[in-house]
Design a binder for this molecule. Structure first.
Ligand code: CA
Ligand code: CA
Length: 253
């Protein structure tokens, strides 16, 4: 998949959104993402600081962790202190729900999309998760909706960088440039006038993606995530997107 990242991007005559440099679309997508990030951040303003900031045994509310570190590392044992401050292996076998919001950037277009994703995630082991979700992406002109599924390989630690791969499949309605197809697409009496557009419905839109990111356990049950994905669309490189997102997940055992 990484080879696709370097693939040269060709400009198709029916390049998606090549006609829509509408700053309103960018603005509304951006506002939606900012609003959702502020809402997530707001959840925490009323909460306490991340657990264990003043105590390296950060996850004592988890029974497995508490058993393992019931004695705790002595003050002089810095390596032991660091280990218990980082250890998140107790999460193995946990299931949770997550919500995330993202912002996509399509190199071939000035148009951007906001995305919202709600789903379930399981820790298959302490370092591997699988998840499925419903995802919607859209702006004033285009929308995509469908199911997303993926795997992430992470370090089994409180601050956990990860790499992953996933697939998105669903439907799309896109506004495309129609100024070169010999058709009066908008019935205004002019054929292929400047900036003529057409709507296209893709009943089966799909993308696969590599991704990378970082998790941070705010508490032993609440996890924050930031991620970046390169969405490789079945429709061709013109429809590829970079997606940057932020999410929150709540797990239980
Ligand atoms: Ca026309
Ligand atoms: Ca036309």
């Amino acid at each position: 998949m990484s080879a696709s990242l370097n693939r040269p991007v060709s400009i198709d005559p029916i390049s998606i959104d090549s006609c829509s440099s509408d700053p309103v679309s960018n603005g509304s997508a951006r506002r939606l993402v900012i609003a959702s990030w502020v809402a997530v951040a707001g959840l925490f303003t009323g909460c306490t600081l991340p657990t264990g900031i003043l105590n390296s045994r950060w996850a004592m509310e988890d029974p497995d962790y508490a058993t393992k570190y019931s004695d705790g590392a002595p003050k002089s044992d810095l390596a032991g202190k660091a280990k218990q401050a980082m250890d998140a292996r107790f999460i193995k076998g946990s299931n949770g729900m997550f919500a995330s919001g993202g912002y996509t950037y399509r190199p071939e277009s000035e148009n951007s999309l906001a995305s919202i994703d709600v789903g379930v995630e399981s820790y298959l082991t302490s370092y591997l998760t699988g998840r499925v979700s419903f995802m919607g992406m859209g702006n004033d002109e285009d929308w995509f909706t469908g199911a997303d599924a993926g795997l992430r390989l992470q370090t089994p630690s409180r601050l956990a960088p990860f790499v992953g791969a996933g697939v998105f499949a669903g439907a799309a309605r896109e506004t495309i440039d129609a100024s070169d197809d010999g058709i009066d697409n908008d019935d205004d009496g002019f054929i292929d006038e400047n900036r003529e557009k057409d709507k296209r419905f893709s009943g089966a839109f799909a993308a696969i993606y590599p991704e990378f990111g970082t998790h941070f356990w705010w508490t032993p049950r609440i996890r924050l995530t930031s991620y970046g994905r390169y969405m490789i669309a079945t429709e061709g490189r013109d429809a590829d997107d970079w997606m940057l997102g932020f999410g929150i997940a709540v797990f239980n055992k």
